[in-house]
Design a binder for this molecule. Structure first.
Ligand SMILES: Nc1ncnc2c1ncn2[C@@H]1O[C@H](COP(=O)(O)OP(=O)(O)O)[C@@H](O)[C@H]1O
Ligand SMILES: [Mg+2]
Length: 312
């Protein structure tokens, strides 16, 4: 069953005299208890999708399309009702833990506040709940973590605390935006393990956003590959890694260190004046004449969706 459906989402940032087409017609479904990885190079529009879902985009963003959750279009919901969903139904693990945590409050305060406000727990009960959660996340000495302030913690620790805070209300959907960015291997594994754990604890669905394909492979059931604001291929994760179909997906996999580190030729496309036709055609080894003229549609083939004339 689909828990969240994004239909033809278009986000344009107005930066006069220019317009940045950050998301250009994205359609996606997130199923119950599924982890969907959203991958693609920096600047392709991943965070913009995450922020659209929770309506946290800045004023200069023009957002069109539909984001359906429980029969409601989140883009049309009154702000008050949407505020009720944030954290409780849908929560975001932000890209930058240093910015996401409030420097003037202890971790305990930041973890217990949602419990006190939304669940109406008394303070001691809220603190106990927070400690139990940190314990489940394998924190050594949860009592110390509860008393600590963000400045007393390392980057990796902050990221882990942030995961704790974002699931304290047992959300149905966790959106994790680059949660492993900048972490060393050990911490990266730890964060992935914790995300898996919190997902299983609540049988939550997750949108895992990353430019790290290996992390996506480890954690997701399904993967969607983004390029310049569009999804070019979506597939079951295992099948995708066995046989990527879109030339961009293939190039992306070949650029991985373990597959030869072959960089993708050319440069990332402009988000202001994207190439005509298929946006990947200037860099595509398989391009045909029509690729520069016509934007391909999605085709369902081999049990996945691909936007490429090779499969039409
Ligand atoms: N507030 C903004 N104003 C103008 N452009 C923006 C803004 N936020 C993001 N962008 C642009 O939108 C595009 C997509 O950004 P983003 O969603 O952050 O990409 P990703 O998360 O995949 O790295 C980029 O070209 C970025 O520069
Ligand atoms: Mg981002």
């Amino acid at each position: 069953m689909d828990l969240l459906v994004i239909e033809n989402l278009k986000v344009t940032f107005q930066t006069p005299p220019e317009q940045v087409r950050a998301v250009d017609g994205v359609t996606l479904e997130l199923k119950q208890a599924e982890t969907l990885a959203l991958v693609g190079e920096t600047g392709c529009g991943k965070s913009t999708i995450a922020l659209s879902i929770l309506r946290l985009l800045p004023e200069n963003a023009d957002v069109r399309g539909k984001i359906i959750y429980r029969n409601n279009d989140l883009l049309l919901l009154p702000e008050k009702e949407l505020a009720q969903l944030r954290g409780k139904d849908i929560s975001l693990v932000m890209q930058n833990p240093a910015l996401a945590l409030n420097p003037v409050y202890s971790i305990g305060h930041q973890m217990t506040e949602p419990l006190i406000v939304h669940r109406r727990l008394k303070k001691p009960k809220a603190i106990q709940t927070a400690k139990n959660l940190l314990e489940k996340l394998h924190f050594k000495g949860p009592s110390n973590a509860i008393r600590a302030y963000p400045f007393e913690m390392s980057g990796g620790m902050k990221q882990r605390v942030l995961i704790g805070i974002s699931v304290v209300l047992s959300p149905k959907i966790i959106i994790a935006d680059e949660p492993t960015k900048g972490l060393d291997d050990r911490l990266r594994e730890m964060v992935l393990k914790e995300l898996r754990l919190v997902r299983e604890m609540n049988r939550s669905s997750m949108i895992f956003i990353s430019h790290d394909l290996n992390a996506a492979r480890e954690i997701s059931d399904r993967i969607a590959v983004m390029y310049a604001g569009e999804i070019l291929e979506s597939a079951a994760t295992q099948e995708f890694f066995k046989e990527p179909l879109h030339p961009y997906s293939q190039a992306l996999l070949e650029s991985l260190p373990e597959r030869g580190f072959k960089p993708i030729p050319g440069v990332s496309p402009s988000m202001i004046q994207p190439p005509r036709g298929c946006k990947f055609h200037p860099r595509c080894p398989d391009k045909k004449e029509m690729c520069s003229k016509q934007r391909p549609d999605f085709k369902r083939t081999k049990n996945r969706d691909v936007k490429c004339v090779l499969y039409s």
